[in-house]
Design a protein around this ligand. Structure first.
Ligand code: GLY
Ligand code: MN
Length: 463
């Protein structure tokens, strides 16, 4: 945990921003896999973590703004719990560590909320993503699960986003550490991968490093020779000479701060000439994105720069034609780059996505509905303290190629015959993590090998 002062100050600012009413937070509970006691890995809710720092299941908290009163609700371990789980601090002791003076059993939460409801106090709650939290809200406040997405407190969401989006120095230190370990995971995979291995063997090595470093993975590992499938979690293929291998994996450290990096390597010692050409273009696009990431300038510029560089590069190779500005406006680049260039990162790998991308990435303005652009998670101006990824890629997706070609879509921008020759190419992505500062963009963590020369040097030594 950070110091008591950090959490007390975060809640003080939250109270000031929300202004009035009662704020209700649910911590996450254990979630069962196949029977009650066999649970998934426990992960605390990130908003609860941010304001209270307690990594323990089954908690809730209220903040009574007018009366400046805070209570954490949770049940102390019984002797049966202690026998199976070991002794744990009491809820009151845990509350004390984050500067909350009051702790009550979970059963008291309903009584407390009823008191405020009778007084007509506005109760602010979040857009809840876990079914069990929605059921709890229904039991406590009578709000049907299907109505949570339209009745959550927009004031609370806006207040939290405005706080959590600006990372403090102590958070940047955590993020640097999380990214450093993430680099170790990627370099280990670059060295470990050999022709004849399964993707699963490499995925296991990546996860081993995360666990050994005292944390866990920040999202399920992607380690695939089918990199054209953006979030491919299948690990059953055998890697062979000539394959490209895409790795997208991150570390979540003990404080739950995330890293998120992507790398693409040849399974052989070298890229083939065609792989090298497309790989270099993804790096050019990556650099164009970095150059466009400027203080107080919209992140959408970063996406535009990456997309147009890809379109222009493919034009030089004969795969596309026409004007890159017009192609971007029309969405033709999305044949090769159907997702966004990056997202915020922090306590969540896609930071605060539970609060809604429109609030986190678009300042409440509507997102585009155009294929490709609709997947850009963030477009707003970059402020000091914003932490985000840059991860353009080039993907040859045969199903998308066949569909658009059959629809005669973008014939003015795409040379379909030339593109068709790449239908078995796969996909390439590199990803790095950055913080915006008053003095411009800064890479988080130690640099990860990414040039053709750096990657081939590692593969030569270890493949
Ligand atoms: N690293 C997974 C993603 O950014 O979606
Ligand atoms: Mn990412």
């Amino acid at each position: 945990m950070f110091s008591k002062k950090t959490y007390t100050e975060r809640r003080r600012i939250l109270k000031e921003k929300v202004g009035k009413g009662l704020i209700l937070f649910f911590g996450n509970d254990e979630s069962s896999m196949n029977y009650a006691d066999n649970t998934y890995h426990f992960r605390q809710d990130s908003n609860f973590l941010y304001y209270f720092g307690i990594q323990h299941p089954g908690l809730a908290a209220i903040i009574d703004i007018e009366n400046d009163n805070e209570i954490i609700f949770g049940d102390d371990y019984t002797i049966d719990d202690i026998v199976f789980m070991g002794p744990k601090p009491t809820i009151a002791e845990r509350a004390g560590l984050c500067g909350v003076a009051n702790a009550l059993p979970v059963a008291k939460l309903g009584e407390e909320l009823d008191r405020f409801r009778k007084m007509g106090t506005k109760i602010h709650f979040l857009p809840l993503y876990r079914p069990e939290a929605k059921i709890r809200l229904h039991e406590l406040l009578g709000i049907a699960p299907r109505d949570v997405s339209t009745t959550f407190s927009v004031d609370l969401v806006k207040a939290i986003v405005s706080q959590r989006e600006i990372k403090t120095e102590e958070e940047i230190a955590q993020l640097n550490q999380a990214v450093d370990v993430t680099v170790d995971m990627h370099v280990a995979a670059m060295r470990f991968t050999k022709p004849g291995m399964t993707e699963a063997q490499v995925a296991a090595e990546i996860q081993r490093i995360a666990l050994a470093a005292g944390g866990n993975i920040s999202f399920p590992v992607i380690a695939t020779k089918n990199g054209q499938t953006l979030h491919n979690h299948y690990h059953g293929n055998i890697l062979k000479e000539g394959d490209l291998f895409l790795i997208d994996a991150g570390f979540e450290n003990a404080m739950c701060y995330a890293g998120d990096l992507s790398s693409t390597i040849p399974v052989s010692k070298k890229f083939t000439p065609v792989q090298r050409e497309i790989y270099q273009l993804t790096l050019d696009s990556h650099q164009a994105a970095i150059d466009a990431a400027q203080l107080n300038k919209p992140f959408k510029n970063v996406h535009i720069a990456a997309s147009k560089t890809i379109f222009e590069g493919l034009k030089a190779m004969g795969l596309t034609k026409g004007n890159a500005d017009d192609a971007f406006e029309a969405g033709a680049h999305a044949l090769f780059f159907p997702c966004g260039t990056g997202h915020m990162m922090g306590l969540d790998v896609h930071d605060m996505e539970d609060l809604g991308e429109v609030w986190v990435g678009y300042e409440g303005k509507p997102k585009s509905t155009q294929f490709g652009l609709k997947s850009l998670r963030m477009a707003k101006p970059l402020q000091p303290g914003h932490v985000f990824t840059i991860e353009p890629g080039i993907y040859f997706i045969p199903e998308l190629m066949d569909l658009w070609r059959s629809q005669n879509k973008f014939n003015e921008f795409i040379n379909w015959e030339a593109v068709n020759k790449y239908r078995d190419f796969g996909g390439i992505r590199n990803e790095e993590d950055f913080v915006m500062t008053e003095n411009g963009l800064q890479l988080l963590g130690k640099p990860k090998p990414k040039t053709v020369e750096e990657i081939e040097a590692i593969r030569n030594e270890f493949a």
